[in-house]
Write a protein that binds this ligand. Structure first.
Ligand code: PLP
Length: 464
């Protein structure tokens, strides 16, 4: 299996180099040159496997000779060993046609752990094998940061610089990042938005001097290994709920388009997904695009679901590349035009193909609160504000009995106590993983949204 860049200029790479590089050198994202296909018999074999065993079957074809199967198996079993639910990703029935796929049983209580716990261990293995060290630079709208820090702490071969938009992540999210004691972790609060932080990562990556001196690497959802790890739970739920007379639909709270792109990959591998629904908060660029064919970035709004306060969904480029039949030149031109004007109309044909599989739904803060309350009153369960955008979407087609709908629950409600309190009038119970972060001292550095200052900080603190 080879990986190619969506912009067509970077050299094709094997899995281990794609893992370490993150972003391709031409500014594009790496994708597999073909989608592995699961035959009927392979499909049947997946049924009844444990989560890590299923992960092995799904992920191994993408990794091939680069990591021996036995070692990959160990990595996967270790990665999921400390999850708090023995099912890893339990599937909870809501009604006859709706399920909640709970993806918040990892160490930082959001779905990011399902990939990053694996990715941290993959990094360690590959770096040891290559006798290399890396500097990982990341941007987080909240949950990636803590999950990445948790996955990389105390790993000698890695230095991690994590940027978050100052004052725009929840207190729990910030404390989860800034209270981890590990000498290889640096938290930076940027005076700007998440998109500014994400742009900063791209700028640092395009700085040849930095790239070469420090072996820059990324663990944002632009890193292919994260998407790959996330494909697994689409199969996990899809196979468990498979029924020959019902269609399968996933509703995915979406920001950077990484999670839902993993669903697309599962579809391309042969999982019979009928619809993928992009649920968002008021930052609804993707819903507007699906409705009109125009992708136009507006200013980022702060909402109750901060991990999705994003206008530019980086991973959408992977979808466009696939739908453009892997024409890197066309993608490069389109993305450059989008950069310049913040607006783009991709080809009409691509829009039609995308609309056949994807739907969009956008929830206001008001609707998020109402949905959290309604779900609590009718089902007795608390959901977090990101999950609520998806549940709100599922309620629109409530009586759709020919379809099994799986709503991805992307975070534990206790990560967002204020939004929960605003909605139901009381705060969720605090799980033990979160109690200790309120007793510890925070460590982070505030920097302006300025390339020179950020670069300087990394130079000063990087002891590689
Ligand atoms: C990151 C995140 C999302 C958005 O996922 P993308 O892969 O960026 O689309 C949704 N919900 C929660 C809780 C998150 O942390």
């Amino acid at each position: 299996m080879q990986y190619i860049s969506t912009r067509g200029l970077a050299p094709p790479l094997q899995f281990d180099d794609v893992l370490l590089e993150g972003l391709a050198s031409d500014g594009g994202l790496y994708v597999p040159d073909k989608w592995p296909q699961l035959s009927e018999s392979e499909f049947a074999k997946l049924k009844n496997l444990s989560y890590p065993d299923m992960a092995l079957e799904i992920m191994y074809p993408y990794i091939g000779d680069v990591i021996p199967r036995e070692i990959l198996k160990d990595i996967l079993f270790e990665a999921y060993a400390n999850f708090s639910n023995s099912q890893i990703a339990p599937i909870k029935r809501i009604d006859d046609s709706t399920w909640l796929l709970e993806l918040f049983h990892g160490p930082t209580l959001a779905f990011k752990d399902y990939a990053l716990q694996v990715v941290g261990k993959l990094f360690n293995y590959v770096l040891e094998k290559k006798k290399k060290t890396v500097t990982i630079i990341g941007a987080t709208s909240g949950d990636t940061g803590s999950a990445a820090i948790e996955a990389c702490k105390n790993k000698d071969a890695i230095n991690l610089f994590m940027m978050h938009p100052k004052g725009r992540v929840s207190e729990v999210q910030r404390r989860q990042m800034t209270t981890v004691e590990s000498s290889n972790i640096y938290n930076i609060a940027i005076e700007g938005t998440f998109d500014d932080c994400q742009d900063m990562v791209k700028l640092l990556f395009s700085d040849q001097e930095m790239r070469e001196k420090y072996n820059l690497s990324a663990v944002n959802s632009i890193n292919w290994a994260r998407i790959l790890s996330q494909i697994v739970y689409y199969f996990w739920a899809g196979i468990s709920l498979h029924s020959s007379n019902k269609k399968l639909k996933f509703i995915v709270p979406t920001g950077n388009f990484g999670n839902i792109f993993a669903g697309y990959a599962a579809h391309k591998m042969g999982l019979p997904i009928h619809k993928l629904l992009v649920a968002s908060n008021e930052n609804n660029i993707l819903t507007r695009y699906l409705n009109t064919g125009n992708m136009t970035a507006l200013d980022v709004k702060s909402t109750l679901a901060p991990s999705m306060d994003i206008q530019i969904s980086s991973n959408f480029e992977r979808l466009i590349f696939d739908v453009y039949n892997q024409n890197g030149t066309n993608v490069r031109e389109a993305m450059n035009a989008f950069r310049k004007t913040n607006s783009i109309r991709f080809s009409e044909e691509s829009w039609e193909i995308i609309c056949n599989l994807f739907d969009g739904f956008s929830a206001s803060d008001q609707l998020i609160r109402e949905t959290i309350l309604r779900f609590y009153e009718t089902k007795g369960e608390l959901i977090d504000p990101h999950t609520a955008t998806g549940i709100a979407a599922s309620l629109v087609n409530e009586n759709n009995t020919d379809t099994n709908t799986v709503c991805l629950a992307t975070a534990h409600p206790a990560k967002f106590p204020n939004a929960i309190k605003d909605s139901v009038g009381f705060s969720p119970e605090v799980p033990k993983q979160l109690k200790r972060i309120f007793q510890k001292e925070e460590k982070f550095t505030v920097l302006p949204n300025d390339f020179g200052e950020v670069k300087n900080f990394i130079y000063k603190n990087n002891n590689r």
